[in-house]
Design a protein around this ligand. Structure first.
Ligand SMILES: [Zn+2]
Length: 245
């Protein structure tokens, strides 16, 4: 393979500092996810630019033998300072980890980038960041090809299920279910969120009391379909509280 230099612009969705002082990064870009390393970056001027959720323009060098691209330069293109607020930070971190789990390197997806960037802006600026994160999580899942089944019971295929599926995060019919049915507006959300526009869902937020059950369903669905989103329990205070018996 030839060595080459490339320019990319994207949002930092993962950042880890190694004991040697390198910064390991994942960026979500309109051309897909990019993993790179800023060697010795933690001691240089790149450190403050390559922060989580920063939108950066990077020049990366892909050597002939090492498979991880190395960051040569980084220019900050945009930051969302309000994401530092603890409540917003938790949801932004969750969205970033979610995007990292959902989208793979080399998958070209301008739509995924736009949706994710929109989700981060919403979490940064909307008065109800939890609702933004819940809606956008379902939209990101659907874009990656994971759509919870809502037309049929996940166990027996009976039509119009309305009860929580505590194992798979989908829906169960009355005969298969052990838990009471979802309230009508939660059910309407689960059936419609993938198809509806983000705007329509944002305009119809569910009451806080109904959200823990939706977070639980989402967590189960993601765990079964994609794998563990590591920081889920620490990051979503409501889901954590709801999961405690
Ligand atoms: Zn059933």
């Amino acid at each position: 393979m030839r060595s080459r230099t490339a320019n990319r612009s994207g949002v930092v969705i993962r950042r880890r500092v190694t004991p040697a002082g390198d910064i390991l990064l994942s960026l979500l870009t309109p051309q897909g996810k990019l993993k790179a390393v800023a060697r010795g970056g933690v001691r240089g001027p790149l450190a403050s630019r390559l922060n989580l959720f920063h939108h950066v323009h990077v020049q990366v060098y892909q050597g002939p033998h090492n498979d991880l691209a190395s960051v040569q330069q980084a220019v900050l293109e945009g930051a969302l300072p309000t994401l530092a607020q603890p409540e917003r930070y938790a949801f932004a971190h969750l969205m970033a980890e979610f995007a990292d789990a959902l989208f793979q390197e080399g998958e070209f997806s301008e739509q995924a980038f736009d949706l994710f960037a929109g989700a981060l802006r919403g979490v940064a600026h909307q008065p109800d960041p939890e609702w933004v994160a819940l809606v956008m999580s379902y939209k990101l899942l659907a874009l990656a090809g994971f759509v919870p089944q809502t037309a049929h019971c996940a166990r027996c295929r009976a039509p119009e299920p309305a009860h929580p599926d505590p194992l798979g995060g989908q829906l169960l019919c009355r005969d298969c279910a052990a838990l009471p049915a979802y309230p009508p507006d939660s059910l309407d959300f689960l059936r419609g969120v993938v198809r509806r526009t983000v705007r329509a869902s944002m305009d119809a937020p569910l009451p806080a009391a109904q959200r823990p059950a939706l977070w639980r369903a989402l967590e189960r669905f993601v765990t079964v379909q994609i794998g563990n989103v590591q920081s889920w329990r620490q990051l979503v205070p409501h889901a954590q509280a709801a999961a405690t018996p």
